[in-house]
Design a protein around this ligand. Structure first.
Ligand code: ATP
Length: 127
């Protein structure tokens, strides 16, 4: 292997390392991430327990993955805004509020997906 491609591989491994550090930091420092992870575990167990279909799994995976990723992006935006200014600034407020709004939209979509998939199954189970 040439030293150029060795260097590229090393950089790639380092980037993965940074990404995993980011995930770890978000989980350890963000309360919302801990809540999302708890919900994720419950949803995965419910999905297995209720034997959801392949297509339903795809939607569940999209909802979970999208939610966790978006929550992390929101946290990243909050940190960058705090880095730029600790003073009150209307643009800082807009930046944080818009990012929070994006999370809220995806969370509502995820809840809708969850209701569509799980409600009929739970109804069948109990009635
Ligand atoms: N520098 C600032 N200038 C103006 N408004 C700000 C600023 N920092 C925060 N805010 C406002 O205060 C709200 C709360 O900010 P904060 O940084 O505590 O985020 P949060 O939404 O509470 O985050 P968390 O997810 O950590 O609970 C923001 O959504 C924004 O409306």
């Amino acid at each position: 292997m040439s030293s150029a491609s060795k260097g590229k591989k090393h950089r790639l491994i380092k980037s993965f390392g940074f990404a995993f550090t980011g995930i770890r930091t978000a989980i350890l420092s963000e309360r919302n991430m801990k809540i999302h992870l708890c919900i994720t575990i419950i949803v995965i167990f419910a999905s297995i327990g209720l034997s959801i279909s392949m297509i339903e799994w795809l939607f569940v995976i999209l909802a979970i993955g999208g939610m966790l990723s978006l929550e992390m992006l929101n946290s990243a935006i909050e940190r960058v805004v705090d880095l730029v200014t600790e003073e009150y600034h209307p643009l800082a407020k807009q930046g944080k509020d818009i990012a929070a709004g994006a999370v809220l939209i995806y969370a509502m979509m995820s809840v809708m997906i969850g209701l569509i998939i799980f409600l009929p199954k739970l109804f069948h189970l109990f009635f």
